[in-house]
Design a protein around this ligand. Sequence first.
Ligand SMILES: Cc1cc2nc3c(=O)[nH]c(=O)nc-3n(C[C@H](O)[C@H](O)[C@H](O)COP(=O)(O)OP(=O)(O)OC[C@H]3O[C@@H](n4cnc5c(N)ncnc54)[C@H](O)[C@@H]3O)c2cc1C
Length: 408
Amino acid sequence: MKKYDVVIAGGGAVGAACAYFLSRDTDLKIALIDLKKPGNASRASAGGLWAIGESVGLGCGVIFFKTLSKLHSEAKGEEVPVMRPHQLPDCFFEFALTSNNMYPALHQEMLEKHGVDFKFERTGLKFIMYNEEDRLYAEQITQGIPHLADQVRWLDAEELKKEEPYVTDDAIGAIDFICDHQVNPYRLVDAYLEGARQNGVSLYLNTEVTSVIRNGNVVEGVKTAEQTFFCDTLINASGAWANELYQQATGRTMPVYPVKGQIVLSERMPKIMNGCISTSDCYIAQKDNGEILIGSSTEEKGFDTTNSLDKIQELSQGAMKCLPILKESSIKRCWAGLRPGTPDELPILGPVDGVEGYLNACGHFRTGILTSAITGQLMTELVTGKKTTLDLTPFSVERFEEAAQKAG
Ligand SMILES: Cc1cc2nc3c(=O)[nH]c(=O)nc-3n(C[C@H](O)[C@H](O)[C@H](O)COP(=O)(O)OP(=O)(O)OC[C@H]3O[C@@H](n4cnc5c(N)ncnc54)[C@H](O)[C@@H]3O)c2cc1C
């Protein structure tokens, strides 16, 4: 039997960030328990820190909303409507932008204190416009975020060509979100874990939490196949699987479910991109080692993690349309990951009414790499009883119960 102050279930970007920030800012005794299940999202991610892009529905979002709008229209037997931007609520912008602002200093800190480099690159994110419909879409996006006007640059075709010479001559321009950058997601998780390890966190990797120990309304710990871990606080950071542990901890259910995303990765290429790119077909990012990452589909297929030819073809065609030079590239590999989705696309963070010793840190959907840093900080504030940097009310699990009651 082991006793910790905090046990973190799940060691993707979110759980690892919680372990890092808690161990950096407190003297608590902490354990992180993780079993890499097929489809774990952090290793499948693109590593975009697209705080504005994702908040206004670009990046992973653009395909998500295109897919949703197509499905709804098909279900109603209607024509697919002209695409409109889908902006997330203000609380999400604040959450995403606060996290985004943490990365430059975090990158420095990881390099200097822990000797790890998660390859933070200042890239910007350009939305490429091919036609008037795209321009209208871009205009609607910028009209929706007047307070962030200083973070958006409009590029005409000539300016775009200068900055991204390999983008197709068919492009009529772009909008560039200048504060949206990228990291290497594997290295980010490794950096959090290594930092946490150096700070004294006990890492139980390749280990599954098999059950939660509950005594009345108090969560007292977890069990694995081999051991029992007692703790004062259990943080549930188990990604798309979070509802399983939530049910055991609280006796209730919460709507966290897997949303599959497929990605294609090219072999290394010479530098052909200066920034990350989103189009209405896909996003494209050249990583620091020259590989080009093309993402990503949005599919609700349970825990299925197979790659399908249709999605890989769609993504590849979208990327070649934008960067014709990609016709000369070869595929290194494809994969699929499971985003921890929620119905309103917001994460689920913090305590649960009537349950002691338990915190949610889950449901980060398509931005858990970007928002892992602020989540780690918020969980540290909750565990230590400090006032949280952000108001967590919009992210509480109770919002779903309230919505259900209103609907009922
Ligand atoms: C294709 C794709 C592209 C993406 N691109 C981006 C992007 O560009 N930028 C961005 O910010 N986000 C992106 N995302 C989203 C991002 O990857 C996720 O939001 C984030 O990784 C969620 O992190 P997590 O730690 O909550 O979940 P995960 O990374 O899935 O980690 C949860 C961990 O808990 C483990 N686990 C589950 N149950 C148990 C258990 N009982 N015991 C022990 N361990 C358990 C899992 O196996 C896993 O290792 C993308 C996602 C996908 C799929």
